[in-house]
Design a protein around this ligand. Structure first.
Ligand code: SF4
Length: 348
């Protein structure tokens, strides 16, 4: 029997995921289906299925988007040639890349132009890593966070830069950074680092959970890099940690002897799934929120989307025939409208 649940704060949706979900909801409201999305809009099974039910088709090859169809590019950031090809075949292209991923793309472009060899710490095959490496493939070497740098041997005298996928484990990044600094005393790294605020905040919270809980449950999908990092960070801090997509994934034997259970969620996991986990655990002494910091980051909708919807609104107001926009939230009041409400509006 679970005595108490410790609930991590912050957890779940970050500003990039909020923006991407609301942007795709606008696309669904404005266009007749199908609306295409290059890669999963965010890496969460429930969110992806919700959009599929209202006519979004997710593709892993931009050439699968029919000529003239509307397309959204996912929050993880797309390779430059994907953005270009999308622009040449789609009627409307909205890029929902998170601004914090765009920042890493800028760093890669800038350092490659200056003649640096770039070490990129990330996960081979992850959408964000694929998009970032493609910014300057001739100058960049991907290193898995668990790897040593032994295989990286830049040409004599070539300056070295170290950048990272935004969702790594902090301890993993620090270990690579230490080694890189030892080997390359003039190493360039971005002043504020590439691991995003949502990644570091959620990991700080899960470390606290790990110290105080018998078991830590992390709600999020297998493809979610920051979710997987939360599981590794909790395990590194000494807890028994499990990733689950939803309450139904909890195995009875995990709970044997687990009096205090910690619960958190990756940056793309909706909060109602967390609530269902708590309901399933039914803690006898209730839920205690363990807060390490508060967040108020907000990323505006992609500029292409704002411009496009404004034009449509003017056309509708001028009584020109156009598809009614529905009520996905107000463009001007976007801050007051959440991704949770957007998803709820799709299911109603
Ligand atoms: S996890 Fe970080 S980088 Fe990824 S979408 Fe969220 S804020 Fe952006």
């Amino acid at each position: 029997m679970v005595e108490r649940v410790l609930l991590a704060e912050p957890r779940g949706f970050c500003a990039g995921v909020e923006m991407a979900i609301k942007a795709l909801t606008w696309m669904v409201r404005v266009f007749d289906p199908p609306v295409y999305c290059y890669h999963e809009i965010v890496h969460n099974r429930w969110v992806v299925q919700t959009f599929e039910k209202v006519g979004v088709v997710f593709v892993d090859d931009i050439d699968e988007v029919p000529e003239g169809a509307p397309v959204m590019l996912s929050a993880h950031g797309s390779a430059p040639d994907v953005v270009e090809r999308a622009g040449s075949r789609a009627a409307v292209v909205i890029d929902a890349v998170c601004p914090l991923v765009t920042k890493v793309h800028h760093e890669v472009r800038r350092m490659a132009a200056k003649g640096f060899e770039i070490l990129y710490v990330g996960h081979e095959g992850h959408d964000e890593a694929v998009g970032t490496v493609a910014v300057a493939p001739e100058a960049i070497t991907l290193v898995e966070p668990s790897d040593r740098l032994d295989g990286f041997d830049p040409a004599e005298g070539t300056p070295v830069a170290l950048v990272a996928q935004t969702t790594l484990g902090v301890y993993e990044w620090e270990s690579v950074l230490d080694e890189a600094r030892r080997r390359f005393p003039d190493l360039w790294t971005p002043r504020r680092g590439d691991l995003c605020y949502a990644t570091t905040n959620r990991q700080s919270a899960v470390q606290e959970l790990a110290r105080r809980c018998d078991l830590v449950l992390v709600v999020g999908s297998e493809s979610s890099s920051n979710t997987q990092a939360l599981v590794r960070v909790a395990a590194e801090a000494g807890a028994s940690a499990r990733r689950i997509d939803a309450a139904a994934d909890i195995a009875e034997e995990w709970l044997r002897g687990a009096e205090v259970v910690g619960v958190t969620a990756g940056a793309s996991a909706p909060d109602h799934l967390v609530q269902e986990v708590i309901d399933r655990l039914a803690p006898r002494a209730g839920v205690e929120v363990l807060s390490v910091t508060s967040e108020d980051e907000y990323f505006p909708l992609p500029p292409q989307l704002r411009a496009f919807v404004s034009v449509l609104q003017h056309l509708v107001e001028a009584s020109v025939t156009a598809r009614a926009l529905g009520r996905p939230g107000r463009l001007e009041g976007d801050r007051e409208w959440s991704a949770t409400e957007a998803l709820a509006s799709l299911r109603s």
